[in-house]
Design a protein. Structure first.
Length: 153
């Protein structure tokens, strides 16, 4: 099957029911999405499918079809960070970093549809992304900063 990931087309020989997370990590060696729980409860595996945040542990390769997948590796570059990535750096959000790719992907998809979020909006949108380090206040501040920067861009 063919999958479009981060703007490039890839041919993979996998079963239709293989979770997208394992296709990305094991077949394509894209390591940004992480395995956290396997039941779509932690958000560590969050990627975009046609711009929508999805849990790649629960989306199968066959579910993707002609959709476009974006992982943290395709969101921005070191030379041109996405506004959410830049805000994460500015607010020093990451501690251990394990959940951060999923957090950033969730925040980027959220801000694409909610350009002027309230704290309640942010809390609600990010509720499915868990951080064992407890950086939630910095995450909320980074999302606020990214929202402002995206509006100004």
């Amino acid at each position: 099957m063919k999958l479009k990931v981060n703007g490039a087309e890839h041919e993979v020989d996998v079963e239709d029911d293989m979770p997208l997370l394992w296709v990305l990590r094991d077949e394509l060696h894209i390591t940004g999405p992480k395995y956290g729980c396997g039941i779509a409860q932690c958000g560590a595996c969050t990627v975009h499918l046609d711009g929508e945040a999805v849990r790649s542990c629960q989306v199968t390769a066959g579910d993707v079809g002609a959709g476009e997948i974006t992982t943290i590796e395709g969101l921005g570059t070191p030379e041109a960070l996405h506004a959410v990535q830049a805000a994460w750096v500015a607010h020093q959000v990451a501690q251990c970093g394990y959940c951060q790719a999923g957090q950033i992907m969730q925040a980027a998809a959220f801000l694409a549809t909610t350009p002027d979020p309230s704290d309640d909006d942010i809390n609600f949108a990010m509720r499915g992304n868990l951080c064992r380090c407890g950086t939630y206040p910095r995450i909320r501040e980074a999302v606020r900063t990214a929202a402002r920067n995206l509006k100004e861009a």
